[in-house]
Design a protein around this ligand. Sequence first.
Ligand SMILES: [Fe+2]
Ligand SMILES: [Fe+2]
Length: 285
Amino acid sequence: MKFIKEARPSSDGGDLAVDLVSDLHADYWDRRYHGVASIVIGPQLHAPAIRPSSGPRRPRILVVAGDTTDSMPASLRYLDEQFRAEYDWILLVDGNHEHMESRPRLFPHAAVEPLVRAWNERRDGARLVYLPLQTFRIGGVAFVGSCLWWDYASGRRSPSHHDDAYSRAVRVRAREDWDDLRRRLETLNTDPTVTTVVVVSHTVPHAEVLNWSSQDSGTHVNAAASAGILRERWRFPKVKFWLSGHSHDTHDQVMGGVRLVANPRGRPLDHNRVWYARRSVLIRE
Ligand SMILES: [Fe+2]
Ligand SMILES: [Fe+2]
């Protein structure tokens, strides 16, 4: 397991505040981030800048839970231009939209490594951590994550409706992502210096979190990760937070002893969150 470790100790007496964003879908709000696979919806908006979070302290870490744009290079450029100067660390997972340009295939995680390395060649501002390839540690807190995808089983149509090349690739990646995450969680379980694990995924960890009557219900056919950790909670007692996206509904609730938080922006055509703010999450060790 590759580790990136923050040199400074955990701040503020054991509590750590992080900002959370997801599903920024920046290419739907600002044509400058339009990728080749982006769907054009009328004149692109120029939404106001994303507001800072309103917590008592300014977080040094930004968690980005996927779907920043329809292209990984465009997503990294967006994070560079919008957030590099404001944070020490940006922790990123891929969303399904970062794979739009390679459909029906999904690009391998390893293909992101040189992009992240190039991003980090600049020495000013935030360092970028791509969580599918690296686990991030600060004090006793570890951040692990990946997209996690889905297996179509949480939707209301039979999984057999999804048998095209893309759907098959998604199922394979869902299993790979989950197997990798589980291995990393098992390692963290046995590490006495880790007290708290924060999982970051693009999809939500359990279908029960979904609001089936919302404006975003079309996404819910595939919104929940295939192997929800909440079913295996007893195996990973250090997991106390799960930050996710994909569903464009927000949530903040405790399930199975894990605090589940989502702070998606979404698109103009679903919740139309023209005014959107980062959400500060206090991670207690
Ligand atoms: Fe999204
Ligand atoms: Fe998504």
